[in-house]
Design a protein around this ligand. Structure first.
Ligand code: RIB
Length: 296
């Protein structure tokens, strides 16, 4: 079982031809709501690929909370450890322009995912094959999980987003850290090549359409990106993380897991919404086969 500890949101998505400048109003083209939140997205990505996954999270007492849980159940995510707390659920306001996005995530109930709750779920977390975590959570919760998983030898994949919540002291506790290019620059302040060399087989930098870069203890590896029809890049990183986790727990080596996750992420950007384009195992297999045939 993979355990995702993280936020669940409802995304409020406004589409326009341009992002507004400071103080400017631009005319929008469309508005939609969709399930999101990095934690929920990662869990759905694993479930769609056929892996058993549970989300430890919190929702509010509003109608968004019901929508979040109903969607997770529909997607076959185990919701046994999602609790409801008084007040609003997490929401993210997403501005979408030509497939690219800007996101403001408002924690709401996600902020109640407390250290005490982690203590209550200690044995559940400890029995996991792998834990996935992002940083839209209270800091003491993150620290508790990191230390617990280190003690119990449960590997953690951490997506350091938002990067402002990352602490360099997390590194020895994390099995894989998966920043994107921007987060990597914000966190380490040196070139990607230098950074991955400092953290071999631990730091996987996602480069969007250019793939993924890491160091395998001998050399820098660039796993090339997979061509995609981009509709919406929201959730591509979450799909990458979910697919990576589901391959790693099945015993894949790192390079094959990254290649698989790249294909999954490339499919996820083809449809609208963070979870809308997340692929099934069959879809990833089909695309991987097509790519292999093209490269013959
Ligand atoms: O990674 C994308 C997600 O970040 C969105 O679904 C939004 O809810 C924020 O958490």
């Amino acid at each position: 079982m993979i355990t995702v500890i993280g936020n669940a949101n409802i995304d409020l998505i406004a589409q326009a031809d341009t992002f507004p400048l400071q103080g400017e109003t631009v005319r929008g083209k469309d508005f939609q709501t969709a399930p999101g939140g990095k934690g929920a997205n990662q869990a759905v990505a694993c479930a769609k690929l056929g892996h058993k996954v549970q989300l430890i999270g919190t929702t509010g007492t509003d109608s968004f909370g019901e929508m979040i849980v109903a969607n997770l159940r529909k997607q076959q995510v185990d919701t046994s450890y999602i609790t409801q707390v008084e007040g609003p659920s997490g929401v993210a306001v997403i501005l979408l322009m030509e497939g690219d996005n800007r996101i403001i995530s408002i924690p709401g109930a996600n902020h109640a995912l407390s250290l005490e709750r982690m203590k209550e779920l200690k044995s559940i977390i400890g029995a996991s094959q792998l834990v996935m975590m992002q940083l839209e959570l209270p800091v003491d919760t993150v620290w508790y999980v990191l230390k617990l998983c280190k003690d119990l030898e449960v590997p953690i994949i951490m997506d350091p987003a938002p990067s402002t919540s990352f602490q360099m002291e997390y590194m020895p506790y994390v099995r894989y850290l998966t920043p994107n290019e921007t987060e990597c620059a914000q966190l380490f302040g040196i070139s990607i090549e230098e950074t991955v060399t400092n953290y071999p087989n631990q730091l996987l930098v996602t480069l969007g359409k250019d793939g993924v870069c890491y160091h395998d203890h001998e050399e820098i590896i660039f796993v090339p990106g997979v061509p995609a029809q981009v509709v919406d890049t929201t959730g591509a990183g979450d799909t990458f993380n979910g697919a990576l986790a589901s391959r790693l727990v099945q015993g894949s080596d790192l390079q094959s897991a990254v290649e698989f996750a790249n294909v999954a992420a490339s499919l996820s950007v083809g449809k609208f919404g963070a979870q809308g384009g997340m692929p099934t195992m069959l879809e990833v297999g089909k695309k991987a086969e097509n790519l292999a045939n093209e490269n013959k």
